[in-house]
Design a protein around this ligand. Structure first.
Ligand code: CA
Length: 172
């Protein structure tokens, strides 16, 4: 499971990164809107945690461009702008959830779990490639499951490449 955190506040970004990595997620960070936009255009993510008040390009614009590329990656908006109109605008632009700062880390993690469990448009969270299946929610790999099921080829062929790919955007 790979998460992009787009947040210019270093304290929040570092805290989130540590906490999510501790929970087993692969985490990349972007400190500006344009950096987030570039990372999203180049990489495959399972979730985006998006601050609205970002330098260079705001979060609304990042979200608009992301959905403009037909990406269905779940987006959790995280921002100090908690006015109803901002919340509505974010959801209208295709965000999946919304959390206003200050927030409790435990609540954020629960929302991350819910969004990654759902996956893009309700897709299966179990990847299959050859004899290997990988349950992304429970993070359990099973080498023989596919053989037991008669070697069915899953819809996520090639996913093993993604799991092994190195991060291009390192967090601090
Ligand atoms: Ca900000």
């Amino acid at each position: 499971m790979r998460i992009l955190i787009a947040e210019d506040d270093a304290t929040i970004a570092d805290g989130l990164t540590q906490s999510l990595r501790h929970s087993g997620y692969a985490v990349d960070c972007a400190r500006t809107g344009s950096e987030a936009d570039a990372a999203l255009a180049a990489g495959q993510y399972d979730l985006v945690i998006l601050d609205l008040g970002l330098p260079k390009m705001n979060g609304f614009e990042v979200l608009k461009r992301l959905r403009g590329r037909s990406s269905k990656v779940p987006v959790l908006i995280l921002t100090a702008l908690d006015a109803v109109s901002d919340r509505v605008r974010g959801l209208d632009l295709g965000a999946d959830d919304y959390l206003a700062k200050p927030f409790a880390l435990t609540e954020l993690e629960a929302r991350v779990r819910a969004l990654t469990r759902r996956g893009p448009s309700g897709a299966s969270t179990v990847l299959q490639h050859g004899d290997l299946t990988y349950d992304q929610v429970n993070r359990v790999a099973d080498f023989a499951a596919a053989r037991r099921q008669g070697r069915q080829q899953g819809p996520a062929g090639g996913a093993h490449v993604r799991m092994g790919r190195r991060s291009q955007h390192q967090c601090h």
